[in-house]
Design a binder for this molecule. Structure first.
Ligand code: SF4
Length: 423
């Protein structure tokens, strides 16, 4: 699949920028100036990089070099504060990127600081921790620390759960039957610069900046990241080294591209792993996720069990619950059996509905029963809050929808969808 040729600075790593600077006959410190301008100040044009001499900027422009900054084409704000961005690239293609100011609970129990509160009922426990008298001195210390918190800490606290969900491809080829993105098919891979560019555009728009602001990142938008492996891995490296987002604050979700899961385990810089499970046996999974024909549950579970986890790291399994299809108590017991003995947790997601998706959302009671069965089997299971459903920003809803309800009520069935809007 083609990726457009790039003359963008965004997407180049330190070595590549150093080579560019050297070829231009400029001193090597210019590389750091460019890295800072592109990834930290998030300059949108060469003219904004005031640390570079005017003459050098002009030479770069004449050679066709641009910053490569992503452009926010449209922005939809949910009643719950979630923002869905339609982000456009130079060739007119676009993807969606979602800002969740309060996160979506997906980080709960994964060992990251962002999930710390929710971890009170996290892995290793089968229910909520009961505060004990012995913990009171620790609690008092924490209260004291809170009272003495510096302004910067308060700023960190304010963004402690903010999460950006980014896309890795325009559309998706994996064809999960419950996902609106699948209806688009796949148009092309994103370059590393286009992946990082989404993050830079949202950080700039939200006026936040890691590492001072704690930002979580999930590769769970449009596309299957492990089918755009090289660009995804390079983007993750740039996000850590150049943008300043900690590795432990990033999670990549895959539908189960088994050979790439194995490659991914060996990467020097790698986000945490989430696997989109969604079924408890092969017949059901193949029906819901055709990718299962090629990489069966047995192959997937073997790769997951052998995945090299770091200290305090857990694999997350995502399970989208579809009413009457994969949400029975028997499914829950089968899923528990599949996951038995693994260092993992499960995020349960009640289907986020959308036109063209022939499944229904299970009621809360059914979700609770499913969760209870997993927990009783010793598997930490969390129910993720849907974020931004009213603006088509929730899991599985990313389809470049440009017409959304302005009502705070969910009116999804009455929304008219534009299949692939020109941007
Ligand atoms: S759920 Fe993910 S992998 Fe499956 S079709 Fe949607 S975007 Fe692709």
């Amino acid at each position: 699949m083609g990726v457009p040729p790039t003359s963008s600075l965004l997407g180049l790593d330190r070595g590549e920028i150093t080579a560019l600077v050297s070829e231009a006959g400029e001193p090597s410190y210019r590389a750091k100036q460019i890295m800072d301008a592109v990834y930290r100040q998030r300059a949108e044009t060469l003219a904004e990089i005031s640390t570079l001499p005017q003459e050098f900027r002009e030479r770069l422009a004449q050679s066709g070099v641009t910053t490569g900054a992503a452009r926010i084409e449209k922005k939809f704000v949910s009643v719950d504060g979630t923002v869905r961005y339609l982000i456009a690239f130079a060739d007119g293609q676009s993807v969606e990127t979602v800002w969740m100011p309060e996160g979506d609970g997906g980080e709960a129990g994964d060992g990251s600081e962002a999930g710390a509160e929710a971890e009170s009922s996290g892995p290793g426990t089968s229910g909520a921790k009961v505060p004990s008298a012995e913990n009171e001195p620790i609690a008092a210390l924490k209260r004291c620390a809170t009272q003495n918190r510096a302004p910067q800490d308060e700023r960190r606290q304010a963004h402690g759960r903010s999460t950006i969900c980014i896309s890795s491809q325009v559309g998706c080829a994996v064809d999960c039957q419950f996902c609106l993105t699948a209806l688009l098919g796949v148009k092309r891979n994103l370059t590393a610069g286009e992946i990082v560019g989404q993050v830079c555009a949202v950080l700039k728009d939200q006026k936040v900046s890691p590492p001072d602001d704690r930002i979580n990142l999930v590769f769970m938008g449009m596309g299957e990241p492990l089918l755009n492996y090289e660009n995804f891995v390079k983007a993750a490296r740039l996000l850590v080294e150049a943008v300043g987002i900690a590795e432990r604050r990033m999670t990549v979700s895959t539908a189960g591209i088994v050979p790439r899961i194995r490659d991914f385990g060996g990467e020097a810089i790698r986000p945490k792993l989430a696997i989109s499970l969604n079924a408890s046996n092969d017949a059901l999974r193949t029906r819901l996720m055709p990718v299962n024909k090629k990489w069966t549950l047995e192959m997937l579970m073997a790769a997951a069990r052998e995945f090299p986890l770091r200290t305090r790291e857990w694999i997350t399994f995502e399970y989208v619950l579809l009413g009457g299809v994969n949400d029975t108590p028997e499914n829950a017991r089968e899923a528990a059996e599949l996951l038995r003995g693994m260092r993992c947790k499960v995020n349960l997601i009640a289907l986020n509905p959308g036109p063209g998706i022939d499944f229904t959302t299970p009621d809360a009671e059914r979700v609770a029963v499913f969760q209870k069965i997993l927990r009783e089997a010793g598997i930490p299971a969390f129910v993720r809050r849907p974020r931004g459903r009213d603006i088509y920003a929730a899991c599985g809803q990313l389809k470049r929808t440009v017409e959304v309800s302005t009502s705070p009520e969910l009116q999804i069935q009455s929304i008219s969808l534009s299949p692939t809007p020109e941007v």
